[in-house]
Write a protein of this length. Structure first.
Ligand code: PFF
Length: 345
């Protein structure tokens, strides 16, 4: 990957000795798309709705929004800043900065722990990415049409109890991720996110549009946005805080790695805020897509991690054009998981 002279000039603020051959994002938009691609994932579409359902709705959402604003955004800024300053991998950036400032060399462990955490997350993320690929086939084939809850549950447990099929889908998901990563920052990652992220927004808006026709949109909006503080628990507050980290891809050194490709002339504060606002917007939109369907079908909002894979297919199986919307929904989930998987790898 070549680096232009203006890139090098922009990059001159990185630490002495950093590897200028690593390349840079081609624009601010490219960084925003990639960081948003990392942030927007299963956390927004799969986890946010089910933890919101489990924790009673509005009051939890309010705490989550506060955590994003007062904890998440500043930490994202700090991670991006460390990455850009070091201009190398998280471990090397931290060790260079520690060396320059005469600090304990053990600082590099912060980067190493992040990489370990990223590895652990990817190990389950890729499995759920595989489920999403599998469900595209399940919904597109019309297998779910008119099925009972028991039959839909049996399809899900059938998938979970079939290691060969699970391994095949998981492998396909990892292959998709690797195909992009081996191509590098510009021709791999940038190209992939500039197609996948806009496609994801369009698909999400289509599913929200469908959800508006279910007649339960108002109930879903009230569930999400009318806080009932009697439903808020201490553990709910901790879940909201933990989810703010997960959803913004923080604490895994991912934003440090992405920040290391960020030219010096781009504002870290503005870009971090933009990424966080888009990520939060997608989570809220996912809630507005999912809860009207949940309420319209008398499903349980607090159903837990199975909300998407067990209750939604039931709803898709009963609604007009459900195969089409169901397929779109799972394609969306694959896109979201794919761009996050890329960042984790
Ligand atoms: N932010 C991603 C999501 O919400 O699904 C998950 C994630 C990606 C977490 C990358 C951590 C990470 F480093």
């Amino acid at each position: 990957m070549s680096v232009t002279s203006s890139d090098s000039a922009a990059y001159s603020g990185a630490l002495e000795g950093s590897n200028a051959q690593r390349g840079l994002w081609s624009s601010r938009l490219a960084f925003i798309l990639a960081a948003t691609g990392s942030a927007v994932g299963l956390g927004n579409i799969w986890k946010f709705p089910y933890v919101t359902g489990e924790n009673g709705g509005g009051a939890f959402v309010l705490v989550y929004l506060l955590c994003i604003a007062v904890v998440g955004i500043p930490i994202m800024m700090a991670e991006v800043m460390i990455g850009r300053h070091g201009g190398r991998s998280p471990v090397k950036s931290l060790s260079l900065i520690a060396e320059r400032d005469g600090l304990n060399p053990a600082w590099k462990l912060v980067g190493a722990i992040g990489i370990l955490a990223g590895f652990l997350i990817l190990s389950f993320y890729s499995v759920i990415g595989g489920w999403a690929i599998s469900y595209v086939g399940t919904t597109a084939s019309g297998q779910l049409t008119g099925q009972t809850a028991d039959a839909v549950g049996a399809i899900f447990s059938g998938l979970l109890s079939d290691p060969t099929t699970l391994l095949a889908w998981h492998t396909l998901f990892m292959a998709l991720v690797m195909v992009v990563v081996v191509r590098g920052v510009r021709s791999g990652l940038e190209r992939a996110v500039s197609i996948l992220m806009p496609a994801l927004f369009v698909l999400l808006l289509i599913v929200v549009g469908y959800a508006m026709t279910t007649g339960h949109f108002g109930q879903a909006a009230a569930f999400l946005f009318q806080p009932d503080f009697s439903k808020l628990t201490t553990s709910g507050i901790l879940v909201a805080l933990g989810h703010a980290f997960f959803t913004l891809s923080l604490g895994m050194a991912v934003m440090m790695a992405y920040g290391s490709y960020l030219p010096k002339n781009i504002s870290i504060a503005k870009t971090s805020m933009t990424v966080s606002v888009i990520d939060t917007g997608v989570a809220l939109l996912a809630g507005l897509a999912i809860f009207p369907i949940v309420f319209a079908n008398g499903l349980e909002p607090g159903a837990g991690p199975g909300l998407i894979f067990q209750t939604l297919p039931l709803a898709f199986g009963q609604m007009p054009m459900g195969s089409l919307f169901g397929t779109l929904f799972f394609v969306l989930l694959i896109f979201a998981a794919w761009t996050s998987g890329i960042s984790l790898l």
